[in-house]
Design a protein around this ligand. Sequence first.
Ligand code: CA
Ligand code: CA
Ligand code: CA
Length: 245
Amino acid sequence: MSPEPSQPSSLGGPSPRLVGQQETPESLEIEIPDGVPLIHVDLSAHFNRDVILTTGDDENHTLDGQGGLLVEDGYDGVRTGNPQAQGLPSDGRVSIHRLGDYKGLNVLQIRPRDIRPIRVEVPRGRYATLHFLVTGGNGDSRVPITLHYTDGTTQEGLVPCDDWFDDSGDLQPGVIPVLNGLDRIWLGEFQNVNDPALFNVTLTVDSERELEAFVLETAEAIYSNLDNWGAHFNLFAVTGKESIR
Ligand SMILES: [Ca+2]
Ligand SMILES: [Ca+2]
Ligand SMILES: [Ca+2]
């Protein structure tokens, strides 16, 4: 196969893509030493939106309150197997995380008008870290979190979340893209933008104490944007790393 001719770069906007060229989202693994058990926190009782479009999937919400949706990899809103359509993997695995059902509710979405604290029970145990898989729509946000230990003590933390189109330079400290260069549906139309990302945020847990739950303190959340229902915080998964003693 002969090499493709070089393309002049465009002024602004996404970098040029060749029609028919296989596109690959950029993924990054969270480093977890071999043999460290992972604990997948069950968020299913807390999921309140479906922001991932796949085939035969009629009822969805938006990721940003505007018109934005993620897709399953290869699905462009009309057909599957489109090599230009970068989306979430069909096996639901992003780095160490496991996503919810693409045809069901699959994110816990928090917006400025949501002020009820959300308590999430975790499998009781000694954790070294908790990892949050997030992305933001219509701006950035920060949600304070309280870790609750079985001895009645608590620990404060923060889960920052950047806009799904943000890249390094725009990201809040601790926000790491783990799947980047995705496409989206916007107002019902496929957009081959190769830009949205899912991000990981890692919190350190006191492994001397046994963790039983965390509470998302939504009333104290901070949003970069309050227009058009404000910035949207979307939590896809929480995975813990067990403490090895
Ligand atoms: Ca694409
Ligand atoms: Ca869906
Ligand atoms: Ca990006």
